[in-house]
Design a protein around this ligand. Sequence first.
Ligand code: GUN
Length: 298
Amino acid sequence: MISKGLMNLIDGKKIAKEIREELKADIQKLIDDGKGVPGLAAILVGDDPASKIYVKSKGKACDEIGMRSITEEIPASISEAELLKIIESYNNNPDYHGILVQLPLPDHIDDDKIIESVSPQKDVDGFSPVSVGKLVIGKDTFRSCTPAGIQELLIRYNIDTKGKHLVVVGRSNIVGKPIANIMLQKKEHANSIVTICHSAAPDISEFTKQADILIAAIGVPEFVKADMVKDGVIVVDVGINRLEDSSKPKGYRLVGDVAFDEVAEKASYITPVPGGVGPMTIAMVLKNTYKAFINFGG
Ligand code: GUN
């Protein structure tokens, strides 16, 4: 185990850029070979500010690597039936190989019904029951983008995961459950001993203190403190929280689910917020869209 004082920052921004550059070259090759270009359709319902930013960044990232993209901006008042029709039209549109429905959806729309309506062949978010089921039984499938991005960071920093105790804090369908399932696989770059802990634990630090690799995906600002981890821990912080800060021009600053400064003192590796896991999510949406194109025979 690496001892205190040798902390390495895991630079997600840099790795995400590397992935985008690799994909740009892959797409250029498809074009040169006359095979066409992958396309991503993003569906944004309503005007949640965070969702808007996410979808806009995704469109920009597609443009930069030469991928086709379209964003359907739909008013929050749309009926579930109308939304299902739009998704069905993209399921049948050969120019778009990936479909992403940005969550959360308005309350009158059933998220599960919408997620299930996306063709599993175009499910670049990896949210459909087909994708989730295949992941759990270890079959090749689309893996949701944030967890896939976390594994990619561990791979590119040569972090050994086999037999390591990987503790996930948080049990969401978007991060906690899929990252646990990915890292549990009896495969290269996984094969970890996985624990998922969550808000029902009487003392969550009982679990976090055991982690060789700690994935924090709770959604509580600076929840993980230095006294909750052991020396040499590898920390992946999935949280993006706004904390009021009048000294900042925007009146807030972004913090993760980990108290960065104090935990970094004990960690051998740690992801920052921002610039850690966040940029990886978009890079993996692009990677999944490329994969969808290839699966379609591109
Ligand atoms: N909302 C929060 N994270 C995500 C994500 O990864 N994909 C989609 N579609 N919606 C989200």
